[in-house]
Design a protein around this ligand. Sequence first.
Ligand SMILES: Cc1cc2nc3c(=O)[nH]c(=O)nc-3n(C[C@H](O)[C@H](O)[C@H](O)COP(=O)(O)OP(=O)(O)OC[C@H]3O[C@@H](n4cnc5c(N)ncnc54)[C@H](O)[C@@H]3O)c2cc1C
Length: 570
Amino acid sequence: INDSYDYVIVGGGTAGLTVGDRLSESGKYSVLVIEYGYLEPDGQRPGTLYNITSAPVSGLNNKTFPVSIGCVVGGSSAVNGMVFQRGNAKDYDVWGELGGGNPRVSWSWVDMLMYFKKSIQMTAPKPETAAFDLRYDTRYWGRNFTTNHTIFATFGNVINPKTHPFYEAAKRLPGMKVSPDAGSGQLGLQYYQTSTSPYTGARSYSRTGHWDGLNRANYHLLAATRVSKVIFDRDRAAGVQIYPRGEKARNTVIRAKKEVILAAGAIHTPQILQLSGIGPADLLKRAGVPVKVDLPGVGYNFQDHTFIPAVAFSWSTSPPIPAHLNTSVVDDKLGRTSLGLSVELPVVSPRSFKRIASQYESQDPAAYLPKGTDKTVVRGYRKQQQIYAREMRAREFSFLRATLSGEPSFVPIVIHPVSRGTVLIDPAAGSDIEVEPIVDYRAASNPTDVDVAVEEIKFLRRLMTSGDLARYNATELAPGPGYESDEALAAWVRANTIPSVYHPVGTAAKMPREWGGVVAEDLLVYGVRGLSVVDASIMPTIVAGTTSMTVYAVAEKAADLIRLRAGRDI
Ligand SMILES: Cc1cc2nc3c(=O)[nH]c(=O)nc-3n(C[C@H](O)[C@H](O)[C@H](O)COP(=O)(O)OP(=O)(O)OC[C@H]3O[C@@H](n4cnc5c(N)ncnc54)[C@H](O)[C@@H]3O)c2cc1C
């Protein structure tokens, strides 16, 4: 390990290793990735997570919840569920809208699609799945198999035939579409991939795609090492202060000649920024951290998907499976391909979507944000509110995601929540990086999210009791009898919602500074030079799918932006 590098990357997770690989591949720049987790000899150890408990969530009956994030080389991509989805095309167009109009950089769907194709190689489904209406289109994917140094999206070899009756029934619900490809950015029914190597059947993640086997003299990884803060020469990020895991007294500094890149994820990136003096000034003062830049958005705009673990039914007789699909279901190394739904609000709730949109639109934007939220952050939220209200009435923005497992039980996800939480250092802990930040999901703090969840339950009831599936006389087990009124359902939602699908995003948002943004369109942090953020924190709004695929694409795009400015003084 050297004393200085061109690029110092904080966090060897999903984004960190992707950027590290790209910046080092030409051989021109030296790159160091610093990761708190261990480089596990077996490549992964599921369950290697930070030990964080959330603040009590007042909208969910004051319960606390575990905050799961990977703590290992590979970060959350080493421990995640490997469900590999993108958001809606509209999600990225909204990112463009929330960019404030920088003519040189665009984050809209067409631009991001280029990076989805660069970052992920898709392997087509096997002939065994041909009997199903599995739609895919290679135009949405990278198809470069000349190297193992990539991330794979792979279909399983088999499909559970029990999904078929659900597919047929859901397809016939009014307004429902079938997506041409799970990566097309379009809504509807879709069979989707997992992040699995087609060759080995093992997890494909940032370590296998962007570290293992590269052996470049200019690409170093320092594992089991904590970055405690960014250090500055006047207004330029000059490097980071680090210490070996568990040995806080052994501080040293590694210098960055070109840029410090924060890729510590949506929980720890805002923590490091705040402990480096970049954040809401009043919070930093209370914690005794000298203020470098008063940037009120750091740690605000926190979003995650919320879900209900079971909206459950039982059959009196299960739907029959057509003989041609009823082949023996043998799980092989690639596992099964799953079937998902991505549904817009007018289809989830033809009766109530206009009311929900109008009520949401007319809210005072500060009403459900944390007390004392800075006016710039409120302004940014107002923008998001206008966009979300518009999209609640439109057909390109999903509000429900669920997997159709083949069993009469569902896990509905509020995929575009409007509540916003915070990730803030604990002022009582001062500048101690070992004390985890206070993670306040604030899920369901905005009643609109509860309204949407109630409509999701009614949608699933319609799927099970009308149309194709009506004849199987499903009995509802959860919520169950007695939950008819919206009020009763809302109370059930608050009692049963989990505030995180492990998709934390948004805490260092890419938005204009006057809208509470933390990074500009080029991902450079406002108010200093030579410091950028490249991870899930930069998403201004959460996407309608699992988040890792979007993080890979963000990292690929960021690497191009960073290389572009490498010759300039920033
Ligand atoms: C349990 C779980 C299940 C999930 N399931 C799915 C799924 O099925 N599909 C999907 O697409 N997504 C899933 N996700 C989410 C997805 O994996 C994440 O959104 C994505 O990986 C985040 O990438 P990132 O680069 O922002 O952060 P991470 O990959 O979390 O990387 C951040 C890294 O920074 C390191 N770090 C933090 N602080 C410091 C410090 N001070 N010093 C040094 N290093 C530090 C961390 O140890 C970590 O390795 C899941 C996540 C979890 C945790």
